[in-house]
Design a protein around this ligand. Structure first.
Ligand SMILES: Nc1nc(=O)c2c([nH]1)NC[C@@H]1CN(c3ccc(C(=O)N[C@@H](CCC(=O)O)C(=O)O)cc3)CN21
Ligand SMILES: CC(C)C(=O)C(=O)O
Ligand SMILES: [Mg+2]
Length: 265
């Protein structure tokens, strides 16, 4: 029993030990990932796509995330348990606080919200109420209909400056962690250097404080065109899921994943 806490993850950032994280949606995979020393499990709204077969994360509800958070929490993982706040579940501060409280009651230990500095007041209130917060910047999949697709963010100087500025503002508002999705490695490196809270990346290069992947992607279960940042860890693991997960954790810790081929310039 070596429960991973927020302070442990902050300590890992200070020491330069990389944080290895995966999504999980049920007790069985949560237990398997926990045995391979995955540091953090995310009940992601990606479940709308990988479990429900929907075309985006937009249809996912708070009830969906609550159900899967309960399932993951039932495994009593040592890993920190993070849950996504789904589409429009924090459109107002009152809704955001009530819905985050539901996720915490279901077993989440930190909630993740997509959005920038506009969320600072809500972040302050959540943290004041005892709800740790991870702010998700860069590509925000809940905005897919506005963005017209899943595209790399922060590629021009103005966008990059604004992402750094929002990261700093969110840290000052009390955010305990940041997640950066699909941004150039150099930008993710700047953000990671300029905040003292852990920065977890997906498609954000090797210089983040940690990495996350959707479990189905790293197990080679997802079909069709796969994003550049995905690596299939089942390919070299002789059909063992546990070995694939062990390889993922070890490659993240030893800076062997991600490489330039999984990153954006
Ligand atoms: N299975 C799965 N994996 C994910 O990583 C994931 C989900 N589902 N659902 C929610 C979002 C959607 N995500 C995505 C989906 C596609 C790309 C993608 O194809 N990106 C292009 C970038 C093209 C560009 O702008 O250069 C790529 O080539 O990787 C990125 C993130 C990440 N999240
Ligand atoms: C891809 C990760 C970061 C996520 O938000 C999800 O799984 O929903
Ligand atoms: Mg998500």
């Amino acid at each position: 029993m070596n429960k991973i806490t927020l302070s442990r993850l902050a300590h890992m950032k200070q020491k330069g030990e990389k944080i290895a994280s995966l999504t999980a949606y049920d007790a069985s995979f949560a237990a398997l990932f926990d045995q391979q020393a995955v540091d953090m499990l995310l009940v992601g709204d990606s479940l709308g796509m990988v479990l429900q077969g929907k075309g985006s994360t937009v249809p996912v509800t708070v009830e969906d995330i609550v159900y899967h958070t309960r399932a993951v929490a039932a495994a009593k993982p040592n890993a920190l348990l993070m849950a996504d706040m789904p589409f429009m579940s924090y459109a107002t501060e009152a809704e955001g606080l009530a819905n985050a409280a539901q996720l915490m009651r279901a077993g989440a230990e930190i909630v993740k919200l997509e959005g920038g500095a506009w969320m600072c007041d809500l972040v302050r209130k959540m943290v004041r109420g005892g709800i740790p917060v991870c702010a998700h910047l860069g590509l925000m999949p809940q905005q897919v209909n506005l963005l017209s697709g899943y595209k790399v963010q922060g590629r021009n100087d103005a966008q990059a400056t604004s992402i750094i500025d929002e990261a700093v503002q969110l840290e000052h508002a009390g955010a305990n962690m940041l997640l950066l999705e699909c941004v150039p490695s150099s930008l993710a490196q700047s953000v990671s250097q300029q905040v003292s809270i852990p920065v977890i990346g997906i498609g954000a290069g090797a210089y983040c404080d940690g990495q996350i992947l959707v479990m189905h992607d790293m197990l080679g279960v997802t079909s069709g065109k796969r994003p550049k940042f995905v690596k299939d860890f089942m390919a070299d693991s002789n059909g063992s899921i546990a070995s694939a997960v062990a390889a993922y954790v070890s490659q993240v810790k030893n800076l062997q994943f991600p490489t330039a081929e999984h990153s954006f310039k």
